[in-house]
Design a protein around this ligand. Structure first.
Ligand code: PLP
Length: 371
């Protein structure tokens, strides 16, 4: 029985190993290890890929969110609306600014923000909304902009899981005031350590972000405003430039694996497969199915040497370090149900057809016959 890991970098790494080693040598020889020409080059390449005016490299996706919110003025006394169902960093970056995260539930089919609830929670204190393109699935950015623009509320897109996804043909991360990307190794465009980037079309936001990532300095050794150390390494940037050339092909591979899963699982009783909006190009950072038999299915897959994972077992409003916000159980029924139903199957570029079919058939057979 061939083991199927949840993620394996080996295939894509081996495909481009020579180019990476050449680039790594170039980075080590360059004599400049933080920011500098390699980071500027990556910022330009990503901006050109996204069709965004500016990009700013930072130390992580979490910092991309935090610094973007700061750049847009979020702070104590403000509210920032976001989804109850995401990775913790989405909420943590809001609390780091001193603003209050205001959670809304998700749409069950798309895993993304419930826009009716976003509208209901808007008030005079709302500084921004942070939509998350969860699992690589774009939010309805047109509808969100229609809600936010008249209220003067800013949008910071959490695009950590969706590099290369589009909504109506436009790259996600370019709809809001700022689009935040993570280069964490498992991400669709993953580096070899931590890293992140913010895309924006606004020159003032760009200039502010550049100062914020460098201790609030716009001129060397003159620190006019608050800031932190959140710089992207030249080494990461050099290697990411190599990987960026392959992102569309790798995202296509992710979509092809999703297609195999869809073909085998779409009619299986007790399994809900991910939905794609016709307006969106989903890039399947994760392929997450829903089942009321989450634990049993995961154990069965494990016995068949297939890894799977639960993203996420606890909704954000109930994270222990947000207990002061006093959110009550039952307030986010869809997100809460998701935590006990969701199961992500292995999906990564380089996962061959045979193993993908084995995964899907194993799910199908268990859900149909219990084995
Ligand atoms: C939805 C989401 N937001 C934010 C982040 C934070 O990115 P990073 O790990 O690069 O800080 C991640 C990934 O870890 C994520 O999945």
């Amino acid at each position: 029985m061939t083991k199927v890991p949840f993620i394996d970098f080996k295939v894509t790494y081996n495909e481009i190993r020579e180019d990476l080693l050449k680039a790594a040598t170039e980075a080590l020889d360059s004599n400049q290890y933080i920011l500098g020409p390699a980071v500027e080059r990556l910022e330009k390449e990503v901006a050109s890929y996204l069709n965004s005016k500016f990009c700013v490299g930072v130390a992580s996706g979490s910092d991309a969110l935090y610094l973007s919110l700061l750049a847009l003025g979020a702070g104590p006394g403000d509210e920032v609306i976001t989804t109850a169902f995401s990775f913790y960093a989405t909420a943590g970056s809001i609390t780091r600014t001193g603003a209050k995260p205001v959670f809304v539930d998700i749409e069950p089919d798309l895993f993304n923000l419930n826009l009716t609830q976003v509208k209901e929670r808007l008030n005079g204190r709302t500084r921004a909304v942070v939509p998350v393109h969860l699992f690589g699935n774009p939010c309805d950015m047109g509808a969100l902009r229609d809600i936010c623009a008249p209220a003067g509320v800013r949008i910071v897109e959490d695009t950590a899981q969706a590099f290369g996804a589009t909504w109506r043909g436009k790259q996600v991360g370019t709809f809001g005031d700022a689009g935040c990307f993570s280069f964490f190794p498992t991400k669709n465009l993953g580096g070899f350590g931590d890293g992140g980037m913010v895309a924006t079309d606004q020159e003032a936001v760009y200039a502010k972000l550049r100062a914020l990532r460098a201790h609030g300095s716009r001129k060397k050794y003159i620190h006019e405003e608050f800031g932190v150390n959140s710089r992207l390494d030249a080494f990461q940037a050099t290697l990411l430039s190599v990987k960026l050339k392959h992102i569309d092909r790798w995202n296509d591979q992710r979509r092809a694996i999703a297609e195999i899963y869809r073909d085998i699982l779409h009619n299986v009783p007790g399994v809900v497969i991910p939905t794609e909006s016709p307006e969106a190009r989903h890039v399947y950072h994760l392929y997450s199915i829903r089942t009321s038999r989450q634990d049993a299915l995961q154990a069965h897959l494990k016995s068949a040497q297939i890894d799977s994972a639960v993203y996420y077992p606890l909704a954000l409003p109930f994270q222990p370090n947000l207990a002061d916000l006093n959110y009550q159980k039952g307030g986010f029924p869809v997100s809460e149900r998701m935590c006990s139903e969701i199961l992500s199957l292995p999906l990564f570029p380089g996962l061959d057809r045979d193993r993908a079919v084995r995964v899907a058939e194993c799910v199908r057979d268990f859900m149909t016959h219990g084995a």
